[in-house]
Design a protein around this ligand. Structure first.
Ligand code: SF4
Length: 454
């Protein structure tokens, strides 16, 4: 099996721990991240708190239900979307991966003899590395602000299957200009961004601005449907991008990542992201959602992945703040744990020799009771040393105590105590009592005196 990388990481990106280490040394970056994330968190909290009780939670659940329906019946919704777009005078293209998507944009640009295009920054075009591909093809990319005609390439947030309408919630008026002024408009959309019906959009127009920028609604919502004779672009192309999404669908736990509406709320509450920033992840998108989506798009549930990809599911404390913030209730910590299991149990990450050696030693030690007893006896002999120096373990265990103290082993293991005291009976206990199951906080393990009955 060979590693497949469909989505480009930032060039030369090392695994997350190394990249995070460098980012942590940048004090200015940390100060900026602290300020911006604090501001975003409080704006979002205000926007959510002003809603009547339970309304936000109801909206979150509605968003999750709609997205889950999309994921469950994706081929049907996409087929309907294609029919609606074509009926409205547009053209639909299907791209299996980033290269196909970029090749389609280049072909459309050449068909219109466009030596330059206007590129509106978007998650999908960053995912495919479109700017570099256009540059390689000799096509210049201009910023949105300078645009007034020609061919524009952009992303969007949603596409409505029943009408063929594409919707974008932008940060400023440039987004609106980009869908009205060009002669030819190309939109690159992830497969999962389809919504079944027009009424579903209402839920997301409540969720997205509040979760993203803390606004009640966005003043920059653009909606466009095919072409009309007297207004807007003459050509309307919709590129539907797979790029690993079909593989994500195959994973029952991981597929919830496809609910993501790219609001960034999970980034601003993440104790890891708010200290190291987005660059350290080397993924599009970054942060907690990137940590679960990028490995899936790169195929972690199907084959081996590279060291940088394999490091992403570990870029988290599993504190759960991202789930609480997510407007579509993606259980990011659960997916992270699931992917860690995929990487270790199925051996899909690069081999870590020390970890493998430690697991082999543990397997040998736990295979026979006498081996475990020997290890416990040895640990009990060393307990005074460990109690005095809890942060200094020897050999391969030394790195474990880099960030935590080692607890001193008890003087006697449970098994030894059980044998010595006949299960506690020789100490006056009864079979109904469980050693250590006591409200007395001063009790110390199996040798503590059993409580007397009142
Ligand atoms: S995963 Fe993150 S970016 Fe995606 S919808 Fe949830 S909070 Fe927003």
């Amino acid at each position: 099996m060979t590693a497949v990388r469909r989505e480009p990481a930032f060039l030369g990106m090392p695994p997350f721990p190394e990249a995070a280490h460098h980012a942590l040394a940048d004090r200015r970056l940390r100060a900026e991240l602290r300020d911006t994330s604090r501001t975003s968190r409080s704006r979002r909290a205000e926007a959510v708190d002003e809603l009547p009780p339970f309304v936000w939670e109801k909206l979150r659940r509605a968003g999750a239900v709609i997205k889950d329906d999309v994921i469950a019946r994706l081929p049907d919704h996409l087929e309907e979307l294609e029919g609606s777009v074509v009926a409205a005078g547009g053209t639909v293209h299907w791209a299996r991966d980033a290269d196909e998507a970029n090749a389609l944009v280049i072909r459309i640009a050449r068909e219109h003899a466009a030596a330059e295009v206007v590129g509106v920054p978007a998650a999908t075009t960053r995912e495919t590395g479109l700017d570099d591909a256009l540059a390689d093809a000799g096509i210049r990319v201009r910023a949105t602000a300078a645009a007034n005609a020609g061919l524009t390439v952009r992303g969007a947030d949603f596409a409505i299957a029943e009408t063929g309408t594409v919707c974008a919630v932008d940060a400023d008026e440039n987004g609106l200009r980009s869908v009205t002024l060009p002669d030819v408009l190309v939109t690159v959309l992830g497969l999962e961004q389809v919504l079944p019906a027009w009424r579903d959009l209402e839920v997301f127009l409540h969720l997205l601005p509040r979760a993203s920028t803390g606004e009640r609604m966005s003043p920059y919502v653009s909606l466009w449907t095919g072409v009309t004779d007297d207004d807007g672009p003459r050509g309307f192309h919709l590129i539907l991008l797979d790029n690993g999404r079909s593989d994500v669908l195959a994973d029952r736990m991981g597929r919830q990542a496809l609910r993501c509406i790219r609001c960034s709320a999970c980034l601003d509450v993440c104790p890891v992201y708010t200290r190291v920033g987005g660059q350290a992840y080397g993924s599009v998108p970054p942060g907690p959602i990137g940590a679960i989506l990028a490995p899936q798009l790169r195929g972690v549930n199907r084959h081996d992945v590279d060291a940088q990809t394999a490091s992403l599911p570990y870029a988290s404390t599993l504190c759960g703040a991202c789930f609480e913030a997510c407007p579509v209730r993606i259980d990011i910590p659960a997916v992270l744990a699931h992917q860690r299991a995929q990487l270790t149990d199925l051996g899909r990450g690069p081999a870590r020799h020390r970890e493998k050696a430690a697991m082999s030693a543990a397997r040998w030690g736990l295979a026979e009771p006498w081996r475990l007893g020997l290890a416990q006896h040895a640990a009990a002999l060393g307990r005074h040393v460990i109690a005095r120096m809890p942060h200094v373990l020897a050999g391969p265990l030394a790195r474990w105590t880099d960030g935590r103290d080692a607890p001193a082993p008890p003087p006697e293991s449970f098994r030894t105590w059980f044998k010595r005291t006949n299960g506690g009976l020789d100490e006056g206990g009864s079979r109904d009592e469980v050693p250590g199951d006591t409200d007395d906080e001063t009790a110390e393990g199996p040798s503590a005196t059993p409580r007397e009955e009142p």
